[in-house]
Ligand binder design. Structure first.
Ligand SMILES: Cc1cc2nc3c(=O)[nH]c(=O)nc-3n(C[C@H](O)[C@H](O)[C@H](O)COP(=O)(O)OP(=O)(O)OC[C@H]3O[C@@H](n4cnc5c(N)ncnc54)[C@H](O)[C@@H]3O)c2cc1C
Length: 541
């Protein structure tokens, strides 16, 4: 069975083969994408995302594409028109695929046909989007029908959608009970109020507010099972995470290309900007992050994942991308100087904005909430094991959380001996950081037990280390595959760029490891509590 990325890393094991050989797109898929690429890169007009998808028949063609091709499609769209990338991610992962996987025969027939309808997914409300238990939209059962009332705040494609997947509670909110969410597949109809939501980013993605006031829908509109909406939501988010990560990877590639062409022309102090050593260092770092982002996204897209694995792994990919994309855009802004802030058409500012790239990775929830969710779900088997024991510290001291650690240590030695040698990719350090991560997770779980759930700063740091290790592993596999195909010399260029990225990753991992024991962060807590009490800046100027 395929190894599980998150659980392996949390157990301190490097899943060496998980991304190996590095997945590549083969013909005829690669050719299809090349053709599309030429057309899309020429289509510069800021048309709506949905219009662009329709114009190039992406909705109908994409229906039959698997994850590797759809991921590359979203990367390409992220490069040309990030709003279209968001529209496509929502349409496919949070619409089309959910009907395919959870829909009844009648529902599938209803949305089929030559001109596929556009899909929207309506989950978020004015309550915190990260906390689905707060959803207020109610579907009241009346005979064989449901009566839907509520308002959804951020509905991508809402202006154009033919079908909406609407998340509602089917029982009134009651303290201490699970929300009992249900997903409904609802065709656009007069009883829905749809208003444009003006957004500061991705403004061509047709984002709308959608509200329903006693909208009657038949029972047959339930998508999946009554009260089991979380299954549908999770499946949708797992798919969407990969596609928006790909879109952000495309945005990074675009900003890199634009930056390079800007630097080609610009001169200061009598020489081209690209001749300054500090500018060169920044170009190299930005390129290394662009490569790392693309690599982890493609690595995760290339595998037939099981649902549970994909949920956690794609969370890691999404968090990795959000972080690395920040570095890419930060570097690009520095290199552009004031031009980064001009809005004139034809100016040499990066054409994909930081706000667009960041907003793409917000579709599936905030980073903080996602970090905790991945850590808690990834450590669940260990936490269950701890909970099943009595609380005597002696028992805990002897607890072998991973089942057979002695055996594992022996296996570890063997694995190290067999671990792939990839020149300059510092595989021995990857191995020892992973072992250290496993020990840290185990120690913290044993030490803090139930309170571990509350330790959000600890989750953040664990996740920072995990995402860096995942990126490292994917890059190592890509370099290794490149060397297998083109020899050491042929792979040198990519390997050198990867080496720069690994140097940065080592520093980031060390800093997260050092900060790990300061998780209580009592000073930070104290400062924040007082800040909230003061309500404004507390010092005299
Ligand atoms: C461009 C765009 C398109 C979107 N499209 C859709 C769509 O099609 N359908 C849809 O349903 N939604 C959509 N959304 C909404 C998106 O899903 C929500 O923005 C997201 O879930 C976050 O919810 P929120 O904005 O309410 O933030 P909140 O949940 O209010 O979070 C605000 C901040 O609080 C902190 N926080 C919250 N929870 C935690 C936690 N557990 N731990 C630590 N910190 C926490 C974080 O710092 C977070 O950034 C879209 C959003 C954007 C930006």
């Amino acid at each position: 069975m395929r190894e599980n990325l998150v659980e392996s890393l949390f157990e301190g094991r490097v899943p060496y083969e998980i991304y190996h050989p590095f997945p590549e797109l083969v013909e005829p898929s690669a050719g299809q994408l090349r053709g599309l690429r030429e057309n899309l890169l020429q289509a510069e007009n800021p048309i709506s995302g949905v219009e662009l998808l329709k114009r190039w028949e992406i909705l109908s063609r994409g229906e039959y594409w698997g994850a590797p091709l759809r991921t590359r499609l979203c990367a390409l769209l992220g490069e040309c028109n990030p709003s279209a990338a968001l529209s496509a991610a929502v349409h496919f992962a949070l619409g089309r695929d959910l009907v395919e996987n959870f829909g009844t025969k009648a529902q599938k027939q209803n949305v089929g046909g030559k001109n596929p309808p556009v899909f929207s997914f309506a989950l978020t409300e004015s309550s915190p989007g990260s906390d689905v238990s707060q959803i207020q939209t109610l579907a009241r059962q009346e005979g064989d029908d449901f009566v839907l009332s509520g308002q959804k705040d951020w509905v991508t494609n809402g202006l154009y959608a033919g079908f909406f997947i609407i998340v509602a509670r089917t029982q009134p909110m009651r303290a201490g009970t699970k929300p009992g969410l249900t997903t409904f597949l609802v065709e656009r109809q007069p009883g829905m109020r749809i208003e444009k939501l003006d957004t500061a980013a991705l403004s061509h993605a047709g984002v709308a507010k959608v509200s329903f006031d006693d909208l009657r829908i038949p029972r047959s509109a339930i998508l999946g099972d009554l009260g089991k909406g979380m299954r549908v939501i999770r499946a949708g988010l797992a798919g969407a995470r990969l596609l928006v990560s790909a879109a952000a990877a495309g945005a990074c590639r675009r900003v890199y290309n634009d930056t390079i062409s800007f630097l080609e022309e610009r001169r200061a102090f009598g020489r081209p900007l690209a001749n300054f050593p500090s500018v060169r260092a920044e170009i190299a770092k930005v390129l290394s992050d662009v490569l790392a982002v693309e690599t982890l996204v493609l690595a995760a897209a290339g595998d037939p994942l099981t649902r549970r694995e994909s949920f956690l792994e794609r969370g890691v990919v999404r968090l990795f991308v959000a972080d690395a994309a920040e570095r890419v855009f930060h570097g690009a802004r520095e290199l552009y100087g004031a031009r980064a802030f001009t809005t004139q058409e034809g100016g040499k500012q990066p054409r994909v904005s930081w706000a667009d790239a960041r907003a793409l990775t917000l579709l599936d929830g905030s980073d903080f909430a996602l970090q905790s969710a991945v850590v808690l779900e990834g450590t669940e088997p260990f936490r269950r094991k701890i909970a099943s024991l009595s609380s005597t510290s002696e028992q805990l001291d002897h607890l072998d959380l991973l089942g057979a650690q002695t055996l594992e240590r022996m296996r570890g030695k063997l694995r190290r001996a067999l671990s792939p040698h990839i020149p300059k990719m510092r595989m021995d350090e990857l191995e020892s950081f992973t072992t250290a991560l496993g020990e840290l997770v185990r120690d913290k779980l044993k030490k803090h037990r139930d309170y571990f759930v509350e330790m959000h700063n600890l989750h953040r740091r664990i996740l920072c280390i995990t995402t860096e290790l995942a990126g490292w592993l994917a890059l190592a596999s890509r370099v290794r595959t490149e060397a297998e195909k083109h020899g050491e010399v042929g792979a040198r260029r990519m390997r050198e760029v990867a080496e720069v990225w690994v140097t940065g990753a080592v520093l980031r991992i060390r800093s997260s490891m050092e900060a790990l024991d300061e998780n209580q962060d009592p000073t930070l807590d104290r400062i924040a509590v007082r800040a909230m009490g003061d309500r404004s800046y507390p010092f005299e100027g």
